[in-house]
Ligand binder design. Structure first.
Ligand code: NAD
Length: 252
């Protein structure tokens, strides 16, 4: 049988933020395509549910705080020791941070925490996986950013800053490692139906949907399809790019 480039047979795929939402959808899809998924999240109870649901081994789920560099380094080192290689990293862990708050009024602790988890987490995860990927001369890194990183949402300075920082980070690192068989890309969704939006008011959702030509929010499974492609062998000649999944809201 010929190899299907979008399959993940014999590949170790680390997914952060995998206890729910987009990360969970990606975990299920890639698990279904034969990948050895290793799931990371702060929500340990939810992770345990996923472990049971997907019949995973104990070393396929790890509690982690991506906002803590030591937690990131130790977890990645443990996974590398256990599996010998990480073929792909899909980083979906993230928080929204303060919303509807004027920039000058944002509490600095909240600002810093949002940037720390979303942007520094991205950097620390990348730093942790790169050495072995370089040694193995293969790797796929995908970070989930946001339309907010491209266009900016009013009242959400920390989130905008972190997500646009991710886009810039990806561009430069991708060029550094491009000759080494490693790709580094981002994916920018608009509004996706996940627990992150569970408390978004109907009014705000209506406004957001009005800006989406497809006239609806996206589903986590639709984002997972994109993530699986970018993290697969099939996505071999694109790096440093921020893919779009916004129902036509962004066309760049
Ligand atoms: N849902 C949307 O509309 C939307 C739109 C654009 C971008 N995004 C981005 O997509 C990604 C996934 O979001 P989602 O919608 O699935 O949200 P979600 O809240 O359902 O899932 C995010 C996951 O990240 C985990 N997480 C948060 N902080 C963490 C930390 N410090 N360490 C480890 N894990 C942590 C959470 O526990 C959760 O399981 C996020 O980066 C988000 O910014 C989401």
């Amino acid at each position: 049988m010929s190899e299907t480039l979008t399959d993940f047979k014999d590949q170790v795929v680390v997914i952060s933020g995998a206890a729910q939402g987009i990360g969970l959808a990606a975990a299920k899809l890639i698990h279904g395509r034969g990948g050895q998924v290793v799931l990371l999240d702060v929500l340990v109870e939810k992770l345990q549910h996923v472990k049971v649901e997907l019949s995973l081994e104990a070393d396929q789920v790890h509690q982690i705080d991506v906002g803590d560099p030591e937690s990131v380094r130790n977890t990645i080192a443990e996974i590398e020791k256990c599996y010998g290689q990480i073929h792909a990293l899909i980083n979906t862990a993230g928080i929204v941070g303060p919303t509807n708050v004027g920039t000058e009024l944002i509490d600095w602790t909240d600002f810093e925490r949002t940037v720390r988890i979303n942007l520094f987490g991205t950097i620390w995860l990348t730093q942790a996986v790169l050495p072995l990927m370089k040694e193995k001369k293969y790797g796929r890194i995908v970070h989930v950013t946001s339309i907010a990183g491209k266009e900016g949402n009013p009242g959400m300075s920390p989130y905008n800053t972190s997500k646009s920082g991710m886009i810039g980070f990806v561009k430069g690192v991708a060029k550094e490692v491009a000759p080494l068989g490693i790709t580094v890309n981002a994916l920018a969704p608009a509004v996706i139906s996940t627990p992150m939006n569970a408390n978004t008011s109907d009014e705000t959702l209506k406004y957001m949907i009005s800006r989406i030509p497809m006239g609806r929010v996206g589903e986590a499974e639709e984002v997972a399809e994109m993530l699986a492609f970018i993290a697969s062998k099939a996505c071999s000649y694109t790096t440093g790019f921020t893919f779009d999944t916004s129902g036509g809201r962004a066309t760049y």
